[in-house]
Ligand binder design. Structure first.
Ligand SMILES: [Zn+2]
Length: 300
């Protein structure tokens, strides 16, 4: 095994070996570009917080030029109307952030993708409205980053769980089948459990890792669209992760069987495959690249 930062690489290598022994190539069709739109999916981006930087609250400081620029522009941002916030903060639904799975080629830019303007907008919203961040520029920028990042990190955890199934079962197409036949079909609907669980994971760790007031975040996420606002079904007022784990069991049965509605008898107790541990610890083990986009690519 490689060093701890390279567990993602180990998993990707194992998936590649599986595909090499399969009669079919690693799928060429990538549904992500349809969900995010080609303008954003193919737009120019650059990697931020490279592999040498451990993602945590203390390391996301004002010494980065990017964050310095954001601090300066946050002062100039007026309060943004409420409806603009909802539209601008709904992760994939508003093309604000997304996760590019490593199962799709080309793989150069797999990982978490963020839009600079969305990050700025969420920062300004937190700066003006989140009780735990009011008037604190740097902290609002850090929390906004973690808000987007933690949600997307869950999608990586789901892909890794699917990869483990593929490796153990010797079946290479489990994730791609689920992504194209289940996730893509129900995206933006109340049947999209993966989005509900991604927000559930964010909600679980919001205060401890992201410094976002829990009641504030609950209200924000409840305003989001179908699927996303269903996080509440997989959360608990006590902060327990048991409802999230129940949801993960359902999601994993969908993935394993490539079926939106597998028989409940197919709900195998394998939810531990999805790692829902502290996102900071998770990101220290799984080195997930982070990409920043500034403007959409013109599409003619
Ligand atoms: Zn998502």
């Amino acid at each position: 095994m490689n060093s701890k930062e390279d567990i993602s690489l180990d998993i990707i290598n194992a998936v590649d070996i599986l595909y090499q022994h399969s009669s079919e190539n690693l799928n060429s069709y990538n549904p992500v570009s349809e969900i995010i739109t080609p303008e954003w999916h193919y737009s120019d981006s650059f990697q931020i917080f490279d592999n040498n930087i451990q993602i945590n609250w203390d390391n996301l400081g004002g010494e980065f030029d990017l964050i310095k620029t954001m601090i300066n522009s946050l002062e100039k941002k007026a309060t943004i109307p409420d409806d603009a916030i909802i539209v601008g903060a709904e992760f994939e639904r508003s093309f604000c952030s997304w996760y590019q799975p490593y199962h799709y080629l080309p793989r150069q830019k797999w990982g978490v993708h963020l839009r600079y303007d969305s990050w700025m907008r969420v920062s300004a919203h937190f700066y003006h409205n989140c009780p735990s961040l009011l008037g604190r520029k740097l902290d609002s920028i850090k929390s906004a980053f973690l808000y987007l990042y933690v949600h997307e990190l869950f999608h990586n955890s789901v892909e890794n769980a699917a990869s483990i199934m593929e490796i153990l079962l010797g079946k290479p197409h489990i994730y791609a089948k689920y992504y194209s036949e289940v996730y893509s079909n129900v995206f933006n609907s109340s049947n999209c459990i993966e989005e509900a669980l991604s927000n559930g994971y964010l909600f679980l760790w919001a205060e401890e890792c992201c410094h976002i007031n829990r009641d504030f975040l609950k209200d924000e996420l409840l305003k989001q669209g179908p699927g996303y606002h269903d996080f509440i079904k997989y959360s608990s007022s006590s902060g327990s992760s048991s409802n999230l784990s129940k949801g993960n069991r359902i999601l994993l049965s969908q993935i394993r069987h490539g079926d939106l509605n597998p028989a409940t008898t197919a709900y195998d107790p394998i939810e531990q495959l999805i790692d829902i541990s502290n996102p900071i610890q998770y990101s220290s083990i799984y080195n997930v690249p982070i990409w920043l986009h500034r403007k959409p690519k013109p599409v003619y």
